[in-house]
Ligand binder design. Sequence first.
Ligand code: FES
Ligand SMILES: [Fe+2]
Length: 388
Amino acid sequence: MAADTDIFSPERYAATRLPIEEASPLPPEVYFSQDWYDREIDTIFRTGWLVATREEELPNPGDYVQLNIIGEPLVIIRGDDGEIRALSNSCRHRGSELLTGSGNCRNITCPYHAWTYGLDGALRAAPSMNDALDFNKADHGLPSVRVETWAGFVFINFDADAVPLLTSLGSLVERLAPYRMEEMKVTKKWENRFNANWKIWVENSREGYHVRTVHRESLDTFYPGAVRSAFRPMGEPMVWACSSSDNENGLYVPRNATLPFVVGLSEEDRETTHFMIHYPHLLLNVPPDRITFHQYFPDGPEWTRIVSWCCFPQSTIDLPNFETDADKRYYPSMDLFLAEDKGICEVVQRGLRGRLPSLARYSPSEERTVHEFSNYVLDHVIGPDSAG
Ligand code: FES
Ligand SMILES: [Fe+2]
């Protein structure tokens, strides 16, 4: 693509670097270019903390989930020592994928020639290898990447030098402590594949500007009052961003819902839904009664796999009306909003094609968090010194 020859030139992004009152969105080619995408993977996804799963998905030794992320086959597995590890899911013999899906195993046995690894990734058995000179099983364990946990979330990081997870989370740790997310349990997961660049999904998730159009038909059906509520940008750019909505008439708490709020929340939190992002990979929505979050898996410049999760407190799940209320009043709105957001993200990806698109300006009142995100991307792909 000829246009890619200077795609990493800082001057090209000068209009996005301006204060939001003057700034323009990122140019369309960063949503298509393979070169740009490859550099995003290296500078954003291979350096940041990525959500792998929830701890309750792996309660026992030997529990595992397969995870294919940014082209890297991994398995997240709990060892006999209780530790959760992220191991390469590629056999050290000739590379076969080792485990698929999720489940429990006593050891990891390759389906091809039965090399067998412990839950910690150590190679334990390699049949018919006695004649191989200087072959030492201790040299051929499965590579691993860093794992750290917070509030029930299991994160991984490919960068051995990255700051600890809790440092990267900053004030989110204290801000969200009252929700006791570590006591919540996954009750439903959705998986979608979008024909759109991952940034289009994040940008869409960062603003409420589209809510009154894209979700026009659905919103008031589930969340009366939501169309009148305002998103207030808050937070700390480049660490996390948070938009909040006043819970007027129960925003993001469904109509006629009878499931309780988390006990012990402040008056402000009982009246607020927080829409947060921890860059680069956790989009977290926190109303007073549950959490929903989204993992996004870039799959080339024009495709993104999104896994969306809903978690409730165990005490809520134990209520006799839980399943009925969740099925009738909570999950259908997630189904619908995801379908509506998927649709509009794909429409945007299509609209950005060609050579004519030229993007004008951001709305300062509605898109401050989108502007922050665009600059976060530039800081990583181009470098922070290009600012200004
Ligand atoms: S590829 Fe795994 S044992 Fe041969
Ligand atoms: Fe939306």
